[in-house]
Design a binder for this molecule. Structure first.
Ligand code: ATP
Ligand code: MG
Length: 149
């Protein structure tokens, strides 16, 4: 069914913040609705996985940004953090099941290395694409591109 991404993200952001009251999440949404063909619950799960990572891999003064950009042929959902970042050589692998960057640095932050594999599956099921940019010790930006309805 067609869903308005603006509403989906609005609801998600307020639920996320009330469930994680320490989290400092900023949200930037367009004023007009953005319709895509999507399973809203699956899409929410994907974005929650990205937000969980963003907070998990950012130590202090966490500022995580959730943004929706509306483009002529698609929508871009962006999750940006100012955390520990990901080494360039690991970037091609982080969407693989059970892949975790350097066990030493993520030892204290438990996880199976499944979150991003699930995100990728959900995005592909929506004919979308996921990309990442990251600078070590500086932060990471994940973008989900989805075709508009
Ligand atoms: P799970 O999500 O299953 O609880 P996980 O977070 O380790 O475990 P993924 O979400 O798949 O697994 O992420 C894979 C790896 O990519 C992580 O272990 C981490 O090393 C790295 N990573 C993912 N997101 C970020 C981020 N925002 N900043 C820094 N590193 C990240
Ligand atoms: Mg994760």
């Amino acid at each position: 069914p067609n869903v308005n991404l603006v509403e989906v993200l609005k609801t998600l952001a307020s639920e996320y913040q009330s469930q994680n009251n320490h989290s400092n999440l900023t949200v930037q949404l367009p004023e007009k609705p953005v319709y895509i063909k999507a399973d809203a619950d699956l899409l929410k799960q994907a974005i929650i996985n990205l937000l969980d990572n963003a907070f998990k891999y950012t130590s202090n003064q966490k500022t995580v940004e959730l943004k929706l950009l509306s483009q002529p042929h698609g929508a871009i959902i962006e999750v940006k953090d100012n955390g520990i970042g990901i080494p360039q050589e690991d970037l091609p692998h982080i969407f693989e099941r059970f892949y975790r960057v350097d066990k030493a640095r993520t030892r204290n932050s438990g996880g199976f290395g499944l979150g991003l594999a699930i995100v990728k599956q959900i995005v592909q099921a929506h004919q979308g694409e996921i990309t990442v940019n990251s600078i070590l010790e500086n932060g990471s930006t994940f973008q989900i591109k989805l075709p508009v309805a």
